[in-house]
Design a binder for this molecule. Structure first.
Ligand SMILES: Cc1cc2nc3c(=O)[nH]c(=O)nc-3n(C[C@H](O)[C@H](O)[C@H](O)COP(=O)(O)O)c2cc1C
Length: 208
């Protein structure tokens, strides 16, 4: 079993989402000791934003591509490959300026590729990402569940995952983190309790 663990917080050791995604990874691994976890730090090392040069790669003959185009294409291919190979995904998604962090958006911009992770058909788009279990850890300073802000945060993530065919999505929320120490402690404790119960009773897999 392969698990892709994505963090996108820029707060390093002060990050609430990083601490919680680490707990998800540990719980998942404990339930599936054979699992191999691959970590991508999209806060520290976000893919570059899409650009005209990047979009010109497809139309540029291989021997005429710049060194930067070659390395950007290599990165995209690697990101898509590890995404498609993963059986499970952990996504650390803090709320930054009313939506997901730009590093996480930049990752989606690289992996949402027609013909690889989705295709168009006469009936509409079809997801190609296959069966994956996803755990989103959604942190926020305020509380927005059920509001348009939540739709632009958690709702956006479930929409995009659904677009590539992923329906098995669990959301762990830690909201109200910046509303005082009591609110923060309660939010973290609730999220930790949810994580502890996530894989309880899940039969350990044997396959790597
Ligand atoms: C750049 C930035 C933008 C933020 N924007 C919002 C926001 O729009 N709404 C909100 O409730 N909290 C906002 N926050 C607070 C974070 O959501 C909160 O601190 C949360 O813990 C972030 O998760 P993290 O600790 O894993 O980075 C913002 C924090 C940062 C650093």
């Amino acid at each position: 079993m392969k698990i892709l663990h994505l963090d996108s917080s820029v707060l390093d050791e002060n990050s609430a989402s990083r601490a919680l995604t680490a707990k998800v990874a540990a719980a998942w691994k404990s339930a599936n000791p054979q699992a191999v976890v691959r970590h991508r730090d999209l806060g520290a090392q976000a893919p570059q934003h899409l650009s005209p040069s990047y979009f010109a790669i497809g139309a540029t003959p291989e021997d005429q591509r710049s060194a930067q185009q070659v390395s950007e294409l290599k990165l995209s291919d690697a990101l898509i490959e590890e995404f498609l190979a993963a059986d499970g995904l952990i996504i650390g998604a803090p709320l930054y300026n009313f939506t997901i962090p730009s590093g996480l958006k930049a990752w989606f911009d690289r992996v949402l590729v027609a013909g690889k992770t989705f295709k168009y058909s006469a009936e509409g788009p079809v997801g190609l990402a296959g069966e994956k279990k996803v755990v989103i850890v959604a942190t926020s300073g305020g509380k927005y569940e059920g509001t348009p802000v939540d739709a632009a945060h958690v709702g956006h993530l479930t929409t995009v995952l659904g677009f590539v065919g992923i329906k098995d999505v669990t959301v762990v929320r830690a909201a109200g983190l910046n509303m005082g120490p009591e609110s923060r402690a309660a939010a973290v404790a609730a999220a930790e309790a949810q994580i502890a119960a996530l894989f309880a009773g899940e039969p350990a897999t044997v396959a790597a």
